[in-house]
Design a binder for this molecule. Structure first.
Ligand code: URA
Length: 200
C-alpha cells in the first residue's frame, strides 16, 4: 500500500477532535499521488460525509466544470479539505478543529509535493495566507519553498453569487499558465509582505 493510501487510512480513524463522533465517513481526499495541482476546500458537507469523497455535491459538480474548462478531469488533480470530517449541520469549522486537523493536510502536501496548492474559500486561504483577504488576493500566486500557493473563491460561494462566477472562472483560467511557468516564478520575498504576492 502506498504511503498516501496509508495516510488516508490513518485519517479515516482520526479522533484528534470531537468531529469523529458525528461523521458517517471521513473524507481524507482523493487524486493521484503525483498530482501537480492540489485543491484544498473547507470541510465535507452532507454528500461528502455520505460517500467519503471530497466535493461530490453541487459545489463539487461546479468544481468539475471549472476543471473541465481548463482541460482537466477530477482524476488528474488532488482534491481535499482543511477539515476531514463534516462539522454538524455544516457549521463553520472551529479554530481547535482546524488546528487538530492541519497535520493531515501538511502530510498530504509532503507526500504529494504538488507544484500548485489552490485554496478554495477563506478557511483554506487562512492556512496559507494568514491575515489576507480573499477579495484582495484571489487570482494571485505566491511561491514559497518551491510551491506555488494560489487563492480562489469557494465554488459554493460562486454558485450562490452570480457576480463571483466570472471571477472564479477567470481565476481558474490562469492555472494552466501558472503550471507551465511554475519553474520560472520567483520565490516571494520574506522581508516585504506587501510585495509577496506576485501579480500573475
Ligand atoms: N465544500 C467543501 O469545502 N468541501 C467539500 O468537500 C464539499 C463542499
Amino acid at each position: 500500500m502506498s504511503a498516501l493510501s496509508e495516510l488516508c487510512e490513518e485519517i479515516a480513524l482520526c479522533r484528534r477532535c470531537e468531529l469523529y463522533k458525528y461523521r458517517t465517513k471521513a473524507v481524507p481526499g482523493e487524486g493521484p499521488e503525483d498530482a501537480e495541482i492540489m485543491f484544498v476546500g473547507e470541510a465535507p458537507g452532507w454528500h461528502e460525509d455520505q460517500q467519503g469523497r471530497p466535493f461530490v455535491g453541487p459545489a463539487g459538480q461546479y468544481l468539475s466544470q471549472l476543471l473541465a474548462s481548463i482541460g482537466l478531469g477530477r482524476d488528474q488533480v488532488y482534491i481535499t479539505n482543511v477539515i476531514k470530517d463534516r462539522p454538524p449541520v455544516n457549521r463553520d469549522p472551529l479554530p481547535a478543529e482546524i488546528d487538530a486537523c492541519r497535520i493531515w493536510l501538511e502530510r498530504q502536501i509532503e507526500l504529494i509535493r504538488p507544484k500548485i496548492v489552490v485554496t478554495l474559500g477563506r478557511y483554506s486561504m487562512a492556512l496559507f495566507f494568514p491575515g489576507k483577504s480573499i477579495s484582495r488576493i484571489h487570482g494571485r500566486a505566491e511561491k514559497r519553498d518551491g510551491v506555488i500557493y494560489y487563492a480562489m473563491y469557494h465554488p459554493a460561494a460562486a454558485l450562490h453569487q452570480q457576480s463571483l462566477r466570472r471571477v472564479i472562472e477567470a481565476d481558474m483560467q490562469k492555472i494552466p499558465r501558472l503550471l507551465a511557468e511554475a519553474g520560472d516564478i520567483p520565490e516571494a520575498k520574506e522581508e516585504s509582505p506587501s510585495q509577496q504576492l506576485t501579480m500573475f
